[in-house]
Design a protein around this ligand. Sequence first.
Ligand SMILES: Nc1nc2c(ncn2[C@@H]2O[C@H](COP(=O)(O)OP(=O)(O)O)[C@@H](O)[C@H]2O)c(=O)[nH]1
Ligand SMILES: [Mg+2]
Length: 296
Amino acid sequence: MIENNDKWLHKSVINWYPGHMAKTKRQIKEIINIVDIVLHVVDARIPYSSYIKDINNFIGNKPQIIFMSKYDLCDRNETDKWVKYYEEKGYRVLCCNSKVGNEYLKVFPIIDELMKDLNDKRVKKGLLPKKASVMVLGVTNVGKSTLINRLVNKKVSEVGNKPGVTKTINKIRINERIDLIDTPGILWPKIDEEEVAYNLASMSIIKEEVLPLDEIAIYILKTLSNYYKDIYIKMYGDILYEEDNIINIYENISKVRNIPFYQGEANYERINNLIINDIKSEKIKGITFDKYNNMC
Ligand SMILES: Nc1nc2c(ncn2[C@@H]2O[C@H](COP(=O)(O)OP(=O)(O)O)[C@@H](O)[C@H]2O)c(=O)[nH]1
Ligand SMILES: [Mg+2]
């Protein structure tokens, strides 16, 4: 039941999740038996919030590699605590800038290693080693297409676009040992905590249809002001976040960022968009919004 005091729990968050998920889960369940390894892509700035918590419900016990993309944008001190957290749970974890450089290549030896037991058995029986079928899963905007294109070494997946729905199983050859299984459907994260919803919205994974723009922008200001003061001051001036000082803060941001007043007031809508876009456009780097010490 929706509690009235759960201000954040907008009806849309709840209603929006299951419909999409049911279909995608079904699609994944239909093809999971041919998958050997799941590459679960998460955003290194929110390695907990962007992780699909109920993933085992539809991938069963398939081995998972947690691939933390956008490592170039995160606060490594904080993200590395999550690396340890997942490693202690027994997952293989990779941190990577998938856009630039060749760090993504580190995924290949891990896939070989995860296939080793199975393939040793096959070879003993006189069978040829099995080609690994790898499925890339993750919520929207975490960098799945970017990674897939790097792995396959050509453009097979639209970057930045809404993922299309795959109707048939598509295998794409990566190399002589590994095939990629096309990701079906659209996965949404499980949103069961206030902080998770806001962190997802801050990284543009869930949009204004789900949480109001002003609430997202103010949450970003609050988080930067609390944890990344230098960044906050550089981007938004020296009036730090205080709940009852929003008008002053927005007026100050108008000055700092040169945004004209609208009808005698700070242009709230423009500033909200500006704040959200500062993260989206990578003007702000070195931030991790999932705080291990608060969440675990
Ligand atoms: N800085 C940075 N940007 C990335 C990285 N991986 C993906 N992106 C960007 O994140 C956005 C979403 O990527 P995309 O691959 O389309 O995500 P998808 O929705 O999961 O397929 C795009 O603007 C990518 O260029 C990364 O490792 N570092
Ligand atoms: Mg994509």
